[in-house]
Design a protein around this ligand. Structure first.
Ligand code: FAD
Length: 502
C-alpha cells in the first residue's frame, strides 16, 4: 500500500528513461547520498533497488528495537547467503567450497536499516595509499557527520551516552595510554523541543523519505525509487555503458534501459560482482581483486560490580595500535549478533556484561578476490552467485594476537575481566572493500579518485568497492562522505559545462 505512494512503476521508468540523468543501483547510504546530492544539483535520478520496501526507518528507531524475537525475523525477510572461503578450500574438490558462511542484505535502505550506528572517521595515515588525502576529504566528513547526526563530534551534537561512569572510564583509559572517546554514534541527540522531534538512527531510507526530493517518476525533478527490481547485467560498448538489463524476480518480467549515466551503489562486493558478471572489465587484471574486510575480534568482559549507568566508548586506532575497540555495556545479554545489532540500546543497570568489538586493519592482498560461481560451473543463483576467496596474511595473524593481548589491560581499566574472546572469520565484520579500486593510473586501477571508470565514461562506483585500503574505523561515515564527494564533483562538472555553453 505505502509502496504505491513512495515507489515508481518500472514500466513508466523504462518508457521515460531518456529523461533520467542518473540511474543509481542500490539504495543504501552510498546510493541515497549520491542520488539526493545529484537531485539537489538539478538532475533527474532513479534508484533501482533489488529488495523490497519493508520499513521507513532504522529498526533501532522503530517500536521493534527492544524485541529480540521480532528483529531477527525482520532480518530473515531480506537477508541472503553468501560465502567467504580460503583459497585452499576453494580449490579442494572433495569439500563443497560454496557452503554459505556469510550474510548479505537486500531491501530499500540496504544495510542502513540494521547497522550498529558507530560512525568514526579514518585517521590521516589511513589515506596514505588513496589518491586524495585527509585534509582534502575533511570537509566531506564534516558535512556527512552533520547529515547523519553523528553524536559527540560537534558541540551541537551531544554524546549519545552521558554518564559519570563513561567519563571516569574514558579518563582511566586515556591515562593508561589508550585514545578513548565517546563512541561517535549516528543517533540524533538533539533535544525534543519547540516542535523538533529527534530523528533517531540514521538510515538511508529515512533520509530519502525526509528529504522532500522523493518523487514518483515523471511528476517533477527529483529522485524516484523502483524497488523489487534487480539489475542483472550492464552492457558497455565504445567506452560507454549502453544498456541496463533489469529483472523483477516476483513475476520474472525483464526490461531493458538505455541509460545516460549509471552509478553503482550495490555495496562493495555486489558492485564488483555486477561488473564482473556483466563482463565489463573482463581482460582487466585488477577487477575483483584486493578485496578486504576488517579483522574482527569480539569479546565479553565481566564487571566486578554493576555500573548502574550505561557505557559506550570507542578506543581510536593509532599508527602504533592499528585497531579500534568499541566497548558497550552493561547488559544481561552476553553476546553480540548482527541480527540483534540494536540490543545494546537497552542498557541494564544490574547487568555485569560489557561487550567489545575490535576492528583491525588487515593487509590488502591482490589475490583476495571475488570469484563468479558460474565460471566454476556451479550455480547458487542471482546475487549469491559468487564467492570471496580470502586468506589472512602473516601480518594479519600477528595483529590478531596484538588485539587479543590488549584486551585484558583495557578490561582492567574498567574493573572488569575478559571472560570470552574470539576472532571472527573474514567477511563477518561486514566492512568489505575493494574489487573496483580507484587510483591515478588506469593501468593499475578501475576508477579514478571520484569513482568514475577509466574505461566507461558514464559509469561510476559510489561505495567501498573503490577503496584501496581502510582504516580501523567502521566504514559507514567514509562511504557516505565519499558518495557526497563524488556527486558534488558531477554537479560541479555540470555547472562548469553550462557556464561554458552560456
Ligand atoms: C548488523 C550490521 C551492523 C553494522 N554496524 C555498522 C556500524 O556500527 N558502523 C559502520 O560503519 N558500519 C556498520 N555496518 C556496515 C554498514 O552498514 C555498511 O558498510 C554500509 O551500510 C554499506 O552501505 P552501501 O550503501 O555501500 O551498501 P548496502 O547498504 O549494502 O546497500 C546496497 C543495496 O544495493 C542493492 N543491490 C545490490 N545489488 C543490486 C542489483 N544488482 N540491482 C539492484 N539493487 C542491488 C542491495 O539490495 C542493497 O539494498 C553494519 C552492517 C550490518 C549489517
Amino acid at each position: 500500500m505505502l509502496a504505491s505512494v513512495l515507489e515508481s512503476d518500472i514500466e513508466s521508468v523504462v518508457k521515460g528513461a531518456d529523461k533520467v540523468d542518473y540511474f543509481v543501483i542500490g539504495s543504501g547510504t552510498a546510493g541515497v547520498t549520491s542520488a539526493l546530492e545529484l537531485a539537489k544539483g538539478g538532475f533527474n535520478v532513479v534508484i533501482i533497488e533489488a529488495g523490497p520496501f519493508i520499513t521507513a526507518n532504522h529498526v533501532g528507531t522503530s517500536p521493534f528495537r527492544s524485541q529480540p524475537e521480532i528483529v531477527p525475523k525482520i532480518h530473515g525477510l531480506v537477508k541472503y547467503e553468501t560465502a567467504w572461503v580460503p583459497e585452499e578450500s576453494f580449490n579442494c574438490r572433495d569439500t563443497n567450497p560454496y557452503v554459505s558462511n556469510n550474510t548479505a542484505w537486500s531491501l530499500v535502505g540496504g544495510r542502513t536499516v540494521f547497522w550498529g550506528g558507530c560512525a568514526p572517521r579514518f585517521i590521516d595515515s589511513d589515506f596514505d595509499h588513496w589518491p586524495f588525502n585527509y585534509k582534502e576529504f575533511a570537509p566531506y566528513y564534516d558535512e556527512a557527520e552533520e547529515m547523519i547526526h553523528v553524536s559527540g563530534t560537534a558541540p551541537t551534537r551531544p554524546p549519545f551516552i552521558r554518564s559519570d561512569w563513561q567519563t571516569l572510564a574514558m579518563e582511566r583509559l586515556n591515562r593508561s595510554g589508550f585514545k578513548a572517546m565517546h563512541a561517535p554514534v549516528s543517533v540524533d541527540t538533539n533535544n525534543v523541543a519547540n516542535g523538533y522531534i529527534s530523528q533517531g538512527f540514521d538510515s538511508s531510507v529515512a533520509r530519502l523519505l525526509r528529504s522532500g526530493r522523493l518523487v514518483q517518476f515523471g511528476e517533477k525533478q527529483g529522485v524516484s525509487l523502483v524497488a523489487n527490481t534487480c539489475v542483472t547485467k550492464i552492457d558497455g560498448e565504445n567506452g560507454k555503458v549502453t544498456k541496463l538489463h533489469l529483472l523483477q524476480p516476483s513475476d520474472g518480467k525483464r526490461y531493458e534501459i538505455t541509460p545516460k549515466n549509471v552509478i553503482l551503489a550495490c555495496g562493495g562486493i555486489q558492485s564488483t560482482r555486477l561488473v564482473m558478471s556483466s563482463g565489463l572489465e573482463k581482460d582487466n587484471d585488477v577487477v575483483g581483486k584486493y578485496i578486504g574486510d576488517h579483522i574482527f575480534v569480539q569479546g565479553l568482559m565481566r564487571l566486578k560490580k554493576p555500573l548502574g549507568l550505561p557505557l559506550y566508548i570507542l578506543i581510536h586506532a593509532t599508527q602504533k595500535m592499528p585497531f579500534q575497540v568499541q566497548i558497550q555495556g552493561s547488559f544481561e545479554a552476553d553476546w553480540y549478533s548482527p541480527y540483534h545489532s540494536t540490543v545494546w540500546l537497552d542498557h541494564q543497570s544490574n547487568g555485569l556484561n560489557v561487550l567489545f568489538y575490535c576492528f583491525g586493519i588487515a593487509t590488502v592482498e591482490k589475490n583476495n578476490r571475488v570469484a563468479l560461481l558460474e565460471d566454476m560451473g556451479c550455480k547458487r543463483g542471482g546475487a549469491s552467485n559468487y564467492c570471496v576467496i580470502y586468506d589472512r596474511s602473516e601480518q594479519d595473524k600477528l595483529l590478531i594476537k596484538q588485539m587479543m593481548d590488549s584486551m585484558p589491560e583495557i578490561a582492567k581499566q574498567l574493573d572488569a575481566e575478559v571472560i570470552r574472546i574470539q576472532e571472527n572469520p573474514p567477511g563477518s565484520a561486514l566492512h568489505e572493500i575493494g574489487g573496483l579500486r580507484m587510483g591515478d593510473d588506469p593501468n593499475t586501477s578501475i576508477t579514478d579518485q571520484y569513482g568514475r571508470f577509466w574505461r566507461y565514461k558514464n559509469l561510476y562506483a559510489a561505495d567501498s568497492s573503490t577503496w584501496r585500503n581502510q582504516g580501523a574505523a567502521n566504514p559507514y561515515l567514509t562511504i557516505t562522505a565519499c558518495a557526497l564527494r563524488m556527486a558534488r564533483k558531477l554537479v560541479a562538472e555540470k555547472r562548469a559545462s553550462l557556464s561554458v555553453s552560456s
